[in-house]
Design a protein around this ligand. Sequence first.
Ligand code: PEP
Ligand code: MG
Length: 535
Amino acid sequence: MQGKAVSEGIAIGVLTIYRKYKLNTERAKFQGSVEEISRFAVARNKARNELENLRIKASGEKNETNVALLSSYLVMLDDPAFVDAVERRIRERHIPAEDAIISARDRIYSLFDSMDDEYMQARAEDIQDISDRVLSNLTDASGVYEEFGNESILLADDLTPSDTMQLDKDKILAFVTRRGSGLSHTAIIARSMNIPAIVALDFPKDCEGKLAIVDAYSGELIIDPSPEVLEEYRRKKSETQRRFEELDELKSLPSVTMDGKHIGLYANVGSVDDVKKAMELGAEGIGLFRTELFYLDRNDYPTEDEQYEAYVEAVKALDGKELVIRTIDIGADKQEAYMQMKHEDNPAMGMRAVRYCLGHKDVFRTQLRAIYRASVHGEISILIPMIISIEEIWQIRSIINEVKVDLDREGVEYKECRFGVMIETPAAAMISDLLAKEVDFFSIGTNDLTQYTLAVDRQNTELDFICDYHHQAILRFLQMIINNGHEGGCRVCVCGELAADTSFTGELLRMGIDELSVAPGSLLRVKQAIRGTAI
Ligand code: PEP
Ligand code: MG
């Protein structure tokens, strides 16, 4: 069966259907509105304590993605839209709290689920998760989760992040879900846990207990494989394992080509946790810190101090290596209700990234202040996304100057930060000769450069077949950007997904690229390709 692979790997195990909570199935009796509302409040309190404890655990593990997520769950738990919906049902329909929660949950779930926006659809999972947690406390569910046998491949309609966080990771070899997308939290967590995962796969109901293979490279689930296929996959799995072990030896070796040219090999990260992982894997620094993740899954903008602390922790973990902080790239698929963004017909071409920052100068200033304050603790560079003109750079420079004047006035220390732009619009590529005179470095965002050059929405899976990162137009742009960057004295990096495409490494190096920045999991594979290339 074919689905969409969202976290690479191969697993062979027993299919196990995920049953969320052992709910007490005995039907509850309505005891009166006041009693039911109070039972609901008590169950919510217990759920709150559980979530608080999980958040403390995640915080101890420095897992910022999970901390942010659990914080947003805590807010959702008391969200009037949820609480009122349940209490109103109890009062108006005279039904027990259990039935009221299920009814409110299903209503809110279908509202989110019917939205066009993939990100909002993913929020449907969250409301389901919170409701089920309250329900389990209401019914005194014993031991929240079902037990799993060893070596399970978990099947679920969908998994929520807190499901995932609580599972016994030693027993779960892979996830397969009917719903979900590469953007869903399940996918993000699976990738961060290095667990193979496939989404959008409609597995049959009666397959539980069967042996199966998950090929999370091709997105295939093979149920009841023949002995030959099983043997073939056992071989593939040990081959993959052997390749990983071989790669491990590359960690401390330099990233140089066969003819001796050093290529900077950096990591793309979204949290302080990832920074540490990247360091363990021998990254030379962070080439792309996607800071907008701090702004998601929450109810308000992160404060200057919150951001400052995160940047300081990240830059200290780098021990003198460079941290390229990309200023927020919110808008399009990355937005939250609190940002109060207007509806746009074409959000990918709308109020996004630097446009949002220049339109919301307070938000931008807060981030820049946090960056400059953190700058004294290491080597920080600033990278601006979605640039289309020189004027934007002037405006940003002027805001940076204001920030520095304020810091001077307050007697706060800071260092100069190197200043770079993402080249990810055709406009920026075409004027890269002019941009090179204004900035210290270029980082080529091939994901967006491809989307905008080919006029292909990068989120649209149906257009995958023409979303060609190797299109002649992209190759010409790459060569032009590299040449213009070098003529203007800029270092040029590729930080889009193309940087991790090892079939293309030789080509990129021959074009003259100076640096590549890739997800931590791809670092060693790319280093191997660099070391195997003669320019
Ligand atoms: C890109 O567009 O290639 C890029 C690296 O940025 P993002 O994927 O975050 O848009
Ligand atoms: Mg981009």
